[in-house]
Design a protein around this ligand. Structure first.
Ligand code: GLU
Length: 414
């Protein structure tokens, strides 16, 4: 299957927005590239006694607004260009919600599903040590992403703290709560998807009490998006994971599907649901579609067959620019990744603030602050969407890029 190179996609989105907003060519030139990309080779002792070297990256796109911020993914298909694209998207994401951060991203080429916990721990510590020189609470703050969770963040934080010689909780976010993680960080990306979904539904007159939702991906983001959409009254009719999908037009119980996945390793064959492929699931009957897996899922090949009226991008980069045009013409609203999944980095920001001040908030406080932050960002983007008569992605880009460019101007970079 031909897949768009994510960095080319990110550049195309930037160029498209530059035209619409008449972006200063000097700012445009700077924003096309990451400020720095570090490539590291990490020797790891495997359980059978041999050493295997893994390749990893950390891309730091822009820090005009504050330190770089963004997750680290473990996946066999990671490439340097993908990590560069993801770091650019993080710059826009942090900016659109008004965080004092720039964009960064990391990735390691590996398949954690075929590694033991011990091997994953040694790889995690090796990777973090290798990038430690360009990391820190005031420099660049990694977090979780695809196939990394609070477990890996604990190892990252521990490795960094050992290297420094004292505890540095603010160097990593998404940590377990007992070592400085924030209440609510685990749920936050999915909760954020549901919050912007709720706001978008109001604008589109979608009644959430009767809305049918399909969720592609059942990792942290997919599960919590489904969970919170169900709490808002929606019927979750389709769910998938990397092995395939299930569909039942009368609705699935999100927690029962999770239990089933925990037992069998996949959602596929969940009793009482039809088995469908991941591709098919995207085209099934629903009101709201939440791609919460990987890039390149909605393309010019399937965009026309999508039935949803509203797409909430739980994943980063699931929709290609060609598909964006098709969907916009069809009247489908796409709430872009940089806004729809910004709940995660927002609570990461809250975690970092709590670490720096050493004073911790309750889950209610965190969720309340998140709701306010995302509603404000959504409304700002929606207003721009109405004023410029563009799609929601371009509206979010206009808001995000303007804030970064203003900071670059104030600092005298351009
Ligand atoms: N990996 C997440 C994202 O793509 C979270 C990043 C963070 O919390 O820094 O937004």
């Amino acid at each position: 299957m031909y897949e768009r190179n994510p960095y080319e996609m990110a550049l195309e989105q930037l160029n498209k927005c530059a035209k619409i907003m008449n972006l200063d060519p000097n700012a445009h030139e700077i924003l096309k590239y990451p400020k720095r990309v570090l490539c590291v080779y990490i020797p790891v002792r495997m359980d059978n006694g041999t050493i295997k070297v893994f390749k990893g990256f950390r891309s730091q796109h822009n820090d005009a607004l504050g330190p770089f911020k963004g997750g680290v993914r473990y996946h066999p298909n990671v490439t340097m260009e993908e990590v560069m694209a993801l770091s650019m998207w993080m710059t826009w994401k942090c900016s659109v919600v008004g965080l004092p951060y720039g964009g960064g991203k990391g990735g390691v080429i590996c398949n954690p599903k075929e590694m033991s916990i011990g091997e994953i721990e040694r790889l995690s510590r090796g990777y973090f040590y290798a990038i430690s020189r360009i990391i820190g609470p005031e420099i660049d703050i990694p977090a979780g992403d695809v196939n990394t969770s609070s477990r890996e963040m604990a190892w990252f934080m521990d490795e960094y703290s050992k290297w420094k010689g004292y505890n540095v909780p603010g160097a990593v976010t998404g940590k377990p709560v007992n070592i400085g993680g924030s209440e609510g960080r685990t749920e936050s990306t999915g909760l954020g998807v549901a919050i912007v979904g709720r706001e978008a539904a109001k604008k589109l007159n979608i009644d959430l009490k009767n809305a049918k939702v399909v969720v592609q991906g059942f990792g942290n983001v997919g599960y919590y998006s489904a969970y919170f959409m169900e709490k808002l009254g929606c019927k979750i009719v389709g769910i998938s994971d990397s092995r395939g999908g299930i569909y039942n037009r009368y609705g699935l119980s999100v927690d029962a599907v999770l239990e089933f996945k925990k037992k069998t390793g996949s959602v596929v064959n969940y009793p009482g649901a039809e088995v469908v492929s991941n591709e098919e699931l995207l085209e099934r009957e629903c009101d709201i579609l939440i791609p919460a897996a990987l890039e390149n899922q909605i393309t010019e090949k399937n965009a026309n067959r999508i039935k949803a009226k509203l797409i909430l991008e739980g994943a980063n980069g699931p929709t290609t620019p060609e598909a964006d045009d098709i969907l916009h013409k069809k009247g489908v609203m796409v709430v872009p990744d940089i806004l729809a999944n910004a709940g995660g980095v927002s609570v990461s920001y809250f975690e970092w603030v709590q670490n720096l001040q050493g004073y911790y908030w309750s889950k209610e406080e965190v969720f309340d602050k998140l709701d306010k932050l995302l509603v404000k960002a959504f409304n700002r983007v929606y207003e721009t969407y109405c004023n410029y008569n563009v799609d929601m992605r371009m509206a979010a880009y206009i808001c995000a890029i303007s804030r970064v460019v203003d900071a670059m101007k104030t600092r005298g970079w351009i």
